[in-house]
Design a protein around this ligand. Structure first.
Ligand SMILES: [Zn+2]
Length: 295
């Protein structure tokens, strides 16, 4: 069970968030907005509803380096937002991981000349996914780490093993002190840890510890989902996850099965702050149970 989950993931997340969107927004629905996070570096993010994962963009004379590309219904908006900040074409498109809300426009953008870069395991998952087109495959891959020196903006691509999936990358713009964390960071939300695509709770925690080490109090972190974040925001979410894992592990150690744990609801204290449509408190508890109990 791996890649076939990719599209159901997107449709269920869209369904879950459509209801939030219609509740909060009375205008023309979900749309993409652009925020400049450092000179030549931008975050493109959804407002008024779910538009896919947060996008990072580096702009300069070497062409656009883009990180993630949302989903097909938002391709036009994405291109409109890019046109406001640059007239350069997309030279390279980095995929932080395989999920369709981060890679949905790969084929369209590759057709207009973007060269797609990603972890090797993302490519192999995409390649074997019968619903995924070969036109959107990465043409450059790496396994541990690689560097970009474009637009006077040095960037490290670092693989964080078995975290959100088994093909995750984080991107660190070292001079600008900006990090795109992909889905190793859902700011202020229970995280989705895709155990069926090689993710793991321990790996997710290790990825966030790595992000903390790479950050200081001035670092701006673009999470995969949620608003632009600081090191303090990440610290808080990591502390929650570690505590949640410990709470569930405690129940497992005293022989509680999943039904008894759900009944006891050890994550109740985090519900108001972290529960959301796609990863509810119950779903987070089930993921922690499955990961800790190994079943
Ligand atoms: Zn994801």
């Amino acid at each position: 069970m791996n890649s076939p989950l990719r599209f159901p993931f997107v449709s269920s997340i869209v369904l879950a968030l459509t209801s939030f969107a219609s509740a909060d927004h009375h205008g023309d629905g979900a749309h993409i907005e652009t925020t400049e996070v450092a000179s030549g570096l931008y975050m493109l993010h959804g407002v008024g509803g779910f538009t896919g994962g947060n996008i990072g963009v580096s702009v300069g004379d070497d062409g656009v380096v883009m990180i993630d590309d949302s989903m097909p219904p938002f391709l036009d908006q994405l291109q409109e937002q890019l046109a406001v900040i640059t007239d350069q074409p997309i030279a390279f498109l980095i995929n932080t991981h395989v999920h369709g809300d981060h890679t949905g426009n790969n084929a369209a953008l590759a057709k207009s000349g973007a060269r797609i870069v990603a972890h090797e395991r993302l490519r192999s998952r995409m390649k074997t996914d019968p619903e995924s087109s070969d036109d959107g495959l990465p043409v450059i891959t790496f396994t541990e780490e690689m560097s970009f020196y474009l637009n006077n903006q040095p960037a490290r691509l670092i693989h964080t093993p078995h975290a959100h999936t088994d093909g995750d990358s984080i991107i660190v713009f070292t001079a600008a002190n900006v990090i795109h964390a992909g889905d190793t960071f859902f700011r202020g939300l229970f995280p989705y840890i895709d155990l069926d695509s090689g993710g793991s709770v321990d790996g997710f925690i290790a990825a966030q510890e790595r992000l903390l080490k790479l950050s200081d109090d001035q670092t701006k972190i673009i999470p995969g989902h949620g608003p632009l974040a600081s090191k303090a925001d990440l610290k808080r979410d990591l502390a929650m996850l570690k505590d949640a894992q410990k709470l569930v592990a405690g129940f497992i150690a005293s022989d509680h099965d999943i039904d008894a744990i759900l009944e006891a609801n050890p994550l109740a204290k985090y519900h108001d702050d972290y529960n959301w449509g796609f990863i509810t408190t119950e779903r987070m508890t089930r993921t922690l149970y499955r990961s800790v109990a190994g079943r």
